[in-house]
Design a protein. Structure first.
Length: 394
């Protein structure tokens, strides 16, 4: 029993450490967006698209790695994915133009998808029910911790060492994770399933028929896109329109990450006394109210840091409050293979986020109004997905 508890603690510790790289892959280099545009002699929109291509690579990686992990176990695909990510991160630093960077970001996303998808699968292997919800909250907190730390580090890196130093940092961090996983992570999946494209397709279809699964995944994707869209629009609006430095932007992003993290800590306290479903219901209603208030603030104060940031802070707090509860319900509903379930939920989340991020790259960043209306549209769609899919039984 003591050995099992030690293994469980080791697995959670490794997952918390690994998950940091997911947030770092986006938030570390976002303060560098204006510098990348100047260095590679390209447009703001093309630099912003590097986040969308990263997400689409993430989706492509999960299409294959999820079913493979059910057939081969978790360790082998995870080690391969992290190793591939390290190579692509290093190559990004030597991009001669924006098109090379976009292609390499796609490949980088394919590699890092192993971490995001297999961390959830491993937790699904080891825990169920309320224990899974608790373990998933550690995963979610680590996921949010990356965006807290990364922009601050990235802001200093770009000011003192140039934009390419962000990708050197990601390479080094990836190598450390690779060593830790290789030596310390035990295999958690032993009921290996035969890998056959038709069987995998049938499992995907069966999961998509579950309203809880589909509705929850879409909710998480739309809520997660709020922070990513801020990372797309924010660097140019805050640095070029409002006149703040990359370090200043990094400090602002740090503050937003802290707020989201506080939402997760609040959730961990609340679920000891309230059912997760009740927390989700209150959080969803509050998100719609904040979205409406954000539009009002943007209309009254279109070029103002506080009217831009305060509603975003409230939305990210509420997102942190409910996301891990939704995720635990979604993963627990995937009884046809945790690898396939984790892959499909990741595909839905990242596809949703990638599409919304790509569209947001065309938003004007001269005032906060387009940003606010985009957020309101997303939160209303999220509430509909919650109300008409997630809370309905099949």
């Amino acid at each position: 029993m003591a050995e099992k508890n030690n293994n469980t603690r080791r697995i959670i510790s490794l997952i918390v450490f690994m998950t940091l790289i997911l947030g770092f892959g986006i938030d570390l280099y976002s303060p560098s967006f204006p510098a990348i545009a100047k260095a590679l002699k390209t447009t703001q929109q093309l630099v912003q698209l590097s986040i969308a291509t990263y997400f689409f690579g993430y989706v492509l990686g999960m299409l294959f790695l999820g079913p493979l992990s059910d057939a081969l176990g978790r360790r082998k695909p995870l080690i391969f994915g992290i190793g591939f990510y390290c190579l692509m991160s290093l190559a990004c630093a030597f991009s001669p133009n924006i098109y090379f960077l976009l292609a390499l970001r796609l490949l980088q996303g394919m590699g890092v998808s192993a971490v995001g998808m297999l961390c959830r699968s491993i937790l699904g292997d080891v825990f169920t029910g309320k224990k899974l919800a608790k373990a998933m909250s550690y995963y979610a907190m680590s996921y949010r911790l990356g965006p807290i730390i990364a922009p601050v580090i990235g802001g200093y890196l770009v000011v003192y060492f140039g934009w390419a130093s962000n990708f050197y940092f990601l390479t080094a961090f990836g190598v450390i994770i690779l060593v830790c996983v290789t030596w310390l992570l035990p295999e958690t999946h032993f009921d290996l399933a035969r890998f056959h494209p038709k069987l995998v397709f049938d499992r995907y279809v069966n999961l998509l028929k579950k309203r809880v699964f589909l509705g929850g995944a879409l909710c998480i994707g739309m809520l997660y896109s709020l922070m990513i869209i801020f990372n797309v629009v924010g660097p140019f609006f805050i640095q070029e329109i409002l006149g703040h430095s990359p370090i200043g932007y990094g400090n602002i992003a740090f503050l937003l990450g802290v707020v989201a993290f506080l939402g997760m800590l609040t959730n961990r306290f609340l679920i000891q006394y309230k059912a997760p479903e009740k927390v989700i219901a209150v959080g969803m209603s509050s998100i719609v109210v904040v979205g409406i208030l954000q539009v009002v603030a943007a209309y009254l104060f279109p070029v103002n840091l506080y009217s831009f940031l305060l509603p975003v802070m409230a939305l990210l707090f509420l997102t942190g409050l409910i996301n891990s509860n939704i995720m635990s319900r979604v993963i627990d509903s995937g009884d046809s293979g945790k690898g396939v379930a984790s892959a499909l939920v990741g595909i839905l989340i990242i596809s949703c986020t990638g599409i919304l991020t790509a569209l947001s790259s065309f938003l004007e960043s001269t005032t906060a109004r387009p940003f606010a209306f985009a957020f309101l549209a997303i939160v209303l769609c999220c509430f509909c997905s919650y109300k008409f899919l997630f809370t309905r039984t099949p």
